[in-house]
Design a protein around this ligand. Structure first.
Ligand SMILES: Nc1ncnc2c1ncn2[C@@H]1O[C@H](COP(=O)(O)OP(=O)(O)O)[C@@H](O)[C@H]1O
Ligand SMILES: [Mg+2]
Length: 229
């Protein structure tokens, strides 16, 4: 039986607009086991990004608990949280968020260099080769296509070998052919590296690759079903 790597209990989040309090997430309780590929589906505005932001400790919930690798993180200070986040989590974003002044290889190396990993370069080179971008290693982000940028971003998310990868609409800026290959790549890398993948997407096509689908509607989990793979 695989261990539970991530769990929430009654996760609730409000935003205040003027004197109005708006509930964005409402009592979300979920549990993810190591190695799963979970897609959080739901239309735009349903709370997917907010949920990933809270799960990764980038913002504090109004109420509820978040357990990450056995530790309750929702009340930890930023100082306590940063090393946990750096060790456990990799991120992939819709807008890629590559550093424009660094080339493909340097972008991938960056998180490993922050940790003073002496193997940053060979690890980055191996990942680049794995995703078929060896020839593009010296290219700057603006010289890369959307699909290539996202492959670089995926390598960067994986270089510190995180146990969890959060991906927020990673194919949102890509055409359908590139989307398909990015999802296949993430799915394959997840198996190779035995990582857990939590992906927000409003595309039902993307959800078909998941091992499990969680449905968000107006900030509530409304359903769950097992994916096809
Ligand atoms: N900083 C914020 N302040 C106020 N409302 C916000 C903020 N961020 C998101 N929201 C609102 O929260 C709801 C959910 O947003 P979001 O989590 O981005 O959903 P999704 O990623 O599913 O599109 C939306 O109605 C959005 O307008
Ligand atoms: Mg979003």
């Amino acid at each position: 039986m695989k261990e539970t790597i991530l769990r929430t209990e009654g996760l609730t989040h409000h935003y205040s607009i003027g004197d109005r309090k708006i509930t964005i997430l409402d009592s979300v309780s979920l549990s993810v086991k190591s190695g799963e590929f979970v897609v959080i589906s739901g239309s735009s505005g349903s709370g997917k990004t907010t949920l990933l932001t809270l799960l990764s400790g980038l913002d504090k919930p109004s109420k509820g608990e978040i357990w990450l690798a056995g530790q309750e993180i929702s009340r930890l200070s930023e100082n306590a949280l940063t090393p946990i986040r750096n060790d456990l989590i990799g991120f992939v974003f819709q807008a890629f968020h590559l550093i424009p002044s660094l080339n493909a290889l340097e972008n991938i190396m960056f998180p490993a260099e922050l940790k003073k990993d002496r193997l940053a370069k060979p690890k980055a080179e191996e990942l680049l080769e794995r995703v078929g971008l060896w020839e593009r290693r010296s290219s700057m982000p603006q010289q890369l296509s959307g699909g290539e940028k996202q492959r670089v971003a995926i390598c960067r998310a994986l270089i510190n070998n995180p146990r969890l990868v959060f991906a927020d609409e990673p194919t949102g800026n890509l055409d359908s052919e590139n989307s398909f290959s990015i999802i296949n790549l993430l799915s394959a890398l997840r198996e190779e590296h035995d990582t857990t993948l939590l992906m927000a997407s409003h595309s039902s096509e993307v959800a078909q690759s998941a091992t499990r689908i969680l449905k968000l509607h107006d900030g509530r989990l409304t359903g769950e079903h097992t994916g096809l793979s």
